[in-house]
Design a protein around this ligand. Sequence first.
Ligand code: CA
Ligand code: CA
Length: 186
Amino acid sequence: MFDRVGSIIRKTLVLLLVLICDVIISQAQTDSSDVESVSAPYSDKIVTWYDSSLQTAIASYNYSNTWDFDGDAKNDSLVFVGTGGAHAFYFLRIVLTSDNRLHEFSFIEIDMPYISALTDLKREGDNPAIQFVVHDFDADGIDEIYLNCCGPGSLIPEQLKKMGITSSRILIDCSPGKLVIKNFEN
Ligand SMILES: [Ca+2]
Ligand SMILES: [Ca+2]
């Protein structure tokens, strides 16, 4: 008698266990189908490494070997190096093939290092959503770099003011023999 009751209880417990597992698995499947995978903009340009001093992952956007800024027919290196933190900014680093030197502009920062088209810039103007455009603005056959440096506080960095820069919108011209930062003029 007791054996029969014990057997029924065991079978009931096993059945309950199977039902609970079913519910858990179906819930997990529902949850996973609800999750959308979201990738960062221009993720093919991102290079990430771990900075042990900041104890955080640092991302940079690498546009190297895409444009020739100094006009020697060899594409140059251009990287926006991330500064880390919750709201990351990225400063500009260029290596030109004509002088093979590191030109690091730690005072030129943007927070959306995503290349935009000239048509976007023309349409949006000083909209801070458009921060990085490459185009031959002065029609001399060599591309310049347009940046809208909406850095922390959107203030114009002192280093840029000393160069006569009067707005956050600048143009970097890297023609042979010179590397000039100037005000962007429409
Ligand atoms: Ca070059
Ligand atoms: Ca040009």
